[in-house]
Design a protein around this ligand. Structure first.
Ligand code: NDP
Length: 265
């Protein structure tokens, strides 16, 4: 029997719904495989644990950059982003990919044509999203509360709260963790009012929660999305890497989507 083993590495990991998503796909497609959670406080043993025990894995906060550094080979957009969220064991070699970026791009495409985007936040997620949107020909502006991390965005128009200048963007994307724990907007109210007065769509990458950002967007009658589709789509793309594109995106989607339905079994 050739049962495949997959896992997700992270800290914390309890909250992750990736095992549920992948298990629904494995069962739905009648595959012989299992997908577990691996709680890893430090990343130093990630490579050994992965290569000794798994055919494929996902990596989540805070290990994406460390995993990138431990790969034998990094493929695709992950090379530019500097972070991997998907690992493949190729004959004892750890190969890294980033499906977060493409997953996010697909979730933006659901809105229709986008030419300009403003991303709030300048952390790891913002880096991945700004890179993929720029690569797809979208003009990206980055707004962050402080200057320090904006140095990583040399090829983009950037503002901090002090230097912010008003202009129109097709979509506003919140990649900060403001709204995750506390009821904060990701920028001061006058800036948020200006942003929502000058956009068509809004996305928050936080999922399964109506953040103050999404609540305010709805008050402006702006179509919104949370990060659930991004999470779903990155999972499907990772699954297709695990199975070498044996299944299409559309074949995997209905099974993985069940993980977001609390009544699904
Ligand atoms: P980072 O810690 O790398 O970056 C956080 C950024 O947000 C920084 O630019 C920081 O600004 C800014 N920030 C933090 N708190 C506030 C605040 N209260 N007000 C304004 N700005 C703030 O985080 P990540 O990029 O790794 O993750 C960001 C979010 O994305 C998390 O909530 C995470 O859950 C979510 N996420 C969702 C995914 C999905 O699949 N849906 C995938 C990956 C991440 P400064 O530079 O000034 O410190």
């Amino acid at each position: 029997m050739n049962s495949k083993k997959f896992t997700i590495f992270g800290d914390p990991i309890e909250h992750s719904i990736s095992p549920k998503m992948h298990t629904f796909a494995i069962d739905g497609l009648g595959l012989d495989a299992s997908y577990s959670k691996t709680h890893l406080e430090g990343a130093c043993r990630l490579r050994t644990i992965f290569l000794e025990g798994y055919d494929g894995a996902n990596v989540t906060v805070p290990h994406k950059e460390a995993a990138f550094g431990q790969c034998d080979e990094v493929r695709g957009v992950a090379k530019e982003i500097g972070a991997v969220n998907t690992l493949i064991n190729e004959d004892g070699h750890m190969i890294g990919y980033n499906t977060d970026a493409e997953g996010f791009y697909r979730s933006v495409l659901d809105f229709g044509e986008i030419k300009t985007a403003l991303i709030i936040g300048a952390g790891g997620t913002s880096k991945a999203l700004s890179f993929i949107l720029k690569e797809k020909g979208i003009e990206v502006t980055v707004l962050n509360r402080s200057q320090k991390r904006l140095k990583d965005f040399k090829n983009f128009k950037t503002f901090d709260w002090e230097s912010y200048e008003s202009s129109y963007h097709d979509i506003i994307i919140n990649t900060t963790s403001a709204g995750l724990e506390e009821a904060n907007l990701p920028a001061p109210k006058p800036i948020m009012i200006d942003l929502f007065s000058n956009t068509k769509y809004a996305i928050d990458v936080i999922y399964n929660k109506e953040t103050p950002f999404l609540k305010m967007a709805k008050e402006y009658n702006i179509p919104t999305k949370d990060g659930a589709d991004m999470l779903l789509y990155q999972g499907i793309l990772a699954f297709n890497l695990f199975y070498h594109d044996k299944y299409t995106f559309e074949e995997v989607l209905p099974f993985m989507k069940k993980a977001f339905d609390p009544t699904a079994t």
